[in-house]
Design a protein around this ligand. Structure first.
Ligand SMILES: [Mg+2]
Length: 361
């Protein structure tokens, strides 16, 4: 099976959330961070602000000087985290369970099983419709844009998503990877930091092409990491996705663009979440002793309530029913919700599937 890895990267994530939530900021140079009158740094900048040279981690004073018309906005980390959850839910719905989230707005997906062609490059091309759908669903449901890279490994998929932003989609074919890498600075390779960059440039190696052509032993410059760095320079990378520990809980949640207490809307959400959770339980062959609901109000107060049962559950309607019951018992919907979520934990292996009746003696 050929490997097919997607890398998703949200475009100017914090700044885009601010522009979406406050239409007055759309199209303006938004700088998320401390105001320039205070000692502090830029957390994120919109593309309009980046045109002036504003970058994240830059002192706000500098940003204010570069971009005098910049609109400074205080970071709302809780809002970005909630948005991140909503996006990662969409990622999992589109790509399946083989997802490694690497930051608040970035994830790798291994879609090898869903995208199979006869040749490696044909498999990569099979992932294009999936990537387009994911971008589309993020745009329509979250009103945000994402950039996706497709390649045969993590190293290249990340470089592919860096290649054309915002709202980009880049695929690096196996046949093109060596040429694609040649002009890039060594710093763009995974693992090359300031120190390694300095060591390499001391030997005259500035681009990935320089590394490809280097006849000496890279170990003399970067230590034992040399051979892997050489492989990276040729676009070879066999690192697996880090999927974390075994599954301990499964959850699903929805963040609303507008807070709501509309019962049919909330019930429909819970029903969908219960179906989603039951589907995952079935895939992992698990059942759950505990059902949990989570609500978040407009002021970001977040509450969770749970109930455990004696017989483990695995059916969507049971999970849904307990979720509704918890909401009612705890009177959680007494004001509009920003988020509603459902989850299960206390997981055990489901019993071997019962034989259909006709096979029972
Ligand atoms: Mg990003």
């Amino acid at each position: 099976m050929h490997r097919v890895i997607l890398h998703l990267d949200m475009d100017a994530f914090y700044a885009s959330v601010e522009q979406r939530d406050n239409p007055a900021l759309a199209g303006r140079p938004v700088i998320v961070g401390a105001p320039p009158t205070q000692r502090g740094v830029v957390a994120a900048a919109s593309y309009e602000a980046r045109k002036f040279g504003v970058r994240s981690a830059m002192p706000s004073v500098t940003a204010g000087r570069l971009c005098p018309d910049g609109v400074f906005v205080r970071p709302r980390m809780e809002a970005y985290r909630a948005e991140s959850h909503a996006i990662m839910d969409l990622v999992r719905q589109s790509a399946g369970e083989l997802v490694q989230q690497v930051s608040v707005d970035e994830a790798y997906m291994d879609v090898s099983a869903q995208a199979q062609g006869a040749a490696a490059d044909a498999s990569l091309a099979c992932a294009l419709p999936l990537a387009r759908r994911l971008k589309q669903v993020i745009r329509t449901q979250r009103q945000l844009t994402a950039t996706v890279g497709i390649a045969a490994n993590k190293l290249l998929a990340k470089l592919a998503s860096d290649f054309q932003k915002p709202d980009g989609l880049t695929l690096i074919r196996e046949a093109e990877k060596v040429a694609f890498l040649r002009p890039l600075p060594v710093r763009s390779l995974h693992g090359v930091g300031e120190v390694t960059e300095k060591n390499l440039s001391g030997a005259g190696l500035r681009t990935v092409g320089d590394l490809q052509d280097y006849r000496g032993d890279l170990r003399a410059l970067v230590g034992s990491w040399g051979p892997e760095l050489k492989r990276f320079a040729f676009g070879e990378d066999d690192r697996a996705l880090d999927l974390g520990d075994e599954v301990k809980s499964i959850s699903s949640e929805n963040t609303f663009l507008r807070d709501t207490e509309d019962r049919p809307t909330l019930r429909a959400c819970l029903e969908e979440q219960a179906a989603d959770i039951a589907g995952k339980l079935a895939r992992y062959r698990l059942a759950a002793f505990t059902v949990q609901v989570k609500v978040r109000y407009g002021d970001f107060t977040t509450l969770t309530r749970q109930i455990s049962v004696e017989e483990p559950l695995h059916e969507a309607r049971e999970i849904y029913r307990l979720g509704c019951w918890l909401l009612a018992r705890e009177k959680l919907v007494h004001r509009p919700l920003r988020l509603i979520g459902l989850g299960v934990s206390g997981l055990i292996e489901a019993q071997a599937r019962q034989l259909p009746l006709e096979f029972v003696a």
